[in-house]
Unconditional design. Structure first.
Length: 468
């Protein structure tokens, strides 16, 4: 099937062909005709299937005939990077139309976004947080939305945005077309679709277990300390045109980035602590080929869409098994070859087993390499807070042991009591317990004190004596 058989307008079709696309992907072929008819769509599709064009093309065509006097379409995404990616695609598909758009996300000044909204736009691409801020300030209104698109709904759930999404949905008219896309369908997402969609057309393409079939995968068992050396070795030996290296944490991304820079590798770093401008610069350089390697965390890498990415490295094995499929799905796109290389240390063996169970195949292991695994004992798990050093140090005080710590604690306590009683302590056992004996005598004194006259009663006899 060709794009020109999908009833797409000439202006949009011209832009699609200029991007080099002639045949639609499975999700585009299934979704575009139904979307053009105004039907709700539930698309179960992951990144790299062409779903962005599947919802942009029919939306642009539906809004083409009108003036941008009001916001008529809202595209909601979980991350800034994905919002930018969608906006870039929109500008390409809509360049021969009069459709205008604005992009809204946090981490950057609000004023330019306000200006774009006030000038009038048809489509808004937004992340939940900044959109709610502008709605609260009454800068943006979404009460006349005709087409609502929710992209990567499962990631919205993972990132804790589901409540915000529901607040936004509550402000949108009930009568609208909804295009709903999610790679997976957790319970919460299914419940959301039941309340949001009306008699949807369900489209499922490329389930997670089959995505990996077109990608060359390999697994290296290596000690944690040698992962960076193995990566550097493979970057030099393998024919790596461009590589996306995934780490589990921001600190790992920073450390690995600095190591590669010191080894004269052109590298960029992408994670949540980087400013928006720094992230966009790194991503732009990576796409333009100015840097060869991009080190990123899972969340920060959302929205990276590069057709000619040759390699994905799983520097750290992901704890979320489905994240593995999302990671390696960024290579091998648009008919190109894709390679995924994973590093696993002794503490990540169970994670590898879980991934292999999900994808229903064993990842080929490369046994012969320069940094074989030497550490065969898993790292001991960290003890809970209840067994912290502070708690452990106080525990022996309840026993009858004669350790030096207990003696010193008792001595310090006794010294404080001795000072209060203005007596000296010699440090031996008898002197240590004398203060406690004195306390007992004080109790007797307190009993006698009750029978004695009060202080003001004692002064009168003394004054009488002085008078005599």
């Amino acid at each position: 099937m060709k794009f020109n058989t999908l009833s797409i307008n000439e202006s949009i079709l011209k832009a699609v062909e200029e991007k080099g696309y002639s045949e639609p992907t499975p999700i585009q072929e299934k979704a575009i005709p139904h979307a053009l008819l105004g039907k709700d769509i539930l698309g179960c599709a992951q990144t790299g299937t062409g779903k962005t064009a599947a919802f942009l093309i029919p939306t642009i065509q539906k809004l083409k005939k009108h003036d941008p006097s009001k916001i008529r379409s809202l595209i909601l995404t979980p991350t800034r990077e994905l919002a930018i990616q969608i906006e870039e695609n929109f500008l390409e598909y809509a360049k021969y139309t009069n459709i205008k758009s604005a992009i809204i996300f946090g981490g950057v000044p609000q004023k330019p976004q306000e200006k774009a909204i006030r000038q009038g736009v048809d489509i808004v691409v937004a992340t939940p947080g900044r959109l709610l801020d502008l709605m609260k300030q009454k800068i943006i209104r979404i009460n006349e939305i005709e087409v609502f698109i929710l992209d990567e709904a499962d990631r919205m759930l993972d990132m804790g945005f589901l409540f915000d999404v529901k607040r936004i949905i509550a402000a949108i008219p009930q009568k609208k077309q909804t295009l709903f896309f999610s790679a997976t369908m957790p319970k919460e997402i299914k419940e959301l679709t039941q309340t949001l969609l009306h008699d949807p057309v369900v489209i499922e393409v490329t389930p997670p277990s089959s995505t990996v079939d077109i990608i060359k995968q390999s697994l290296y068992y290596v000690d944690k300390a040698n992962k960076k050396n193995l990566l550097l070795n493979l970057l030099k030996k393998e024919k790596v045109e461009s590589a996306l290296v995934f780490t589990r944490t921001k600190n790992n991304a920073n450390r690995l980035g600095k190591f590669l820079e010191a080894a004269h590798v052109k590298v960029g770093i992408l994670h949540g602590n980087k400013s928006q401008s720094a992230r966009q610069i790194a991503l732009s350089k990576f796409k333009n080929g100015e840097i060869k390697v991009l080190v990123a965390t899972d969340i920060a890498a959302r929205g990276i869409d590069i057709n000619e990415l040759s390699h994905v490295f799983n520097y750290d094995i992901p704890t979320d098994t489905e994240a593995y499929v999302h990671r390696i799905g960024r290579t091998g796109r648009a008919g190109n070859d894709g390679t995924s290389i994973s590093f696993a240390d002794i503490d990540e063996l169970d994670l590898v087993k879980n991934i292999q169970k999900l994808i229903r195949q064993n990842i080929p292991v490369i046994k012969e390499h320069d940094y074989p695994m030497m550490v065969m004992e898993p790292t001991p798990k960290k003890k809970s807070r209840s067994s912290s050093p502070k708690t452990r140090s106080t525990k022996p005080a309840n026993t009858k042991s004669s350790s030096s710590k207990v003696t010193s604690n008792k001595t310090n306590k006794d010294e404080r009591v001795s000072k209060n009683n203005k007596s000296k302590s010699t440090g031996d056992k008898k002197s240590e317990y004398k203060p406690y004996q004195k306390k007992k005598s004080n109790k007797t004194a307190e009993k006698n004190y009750a029978s004695k006259p009060k202080a003001n009663q004692q002064r009168k006899p003394k004054q009488a004596t002085r008078g005599r």
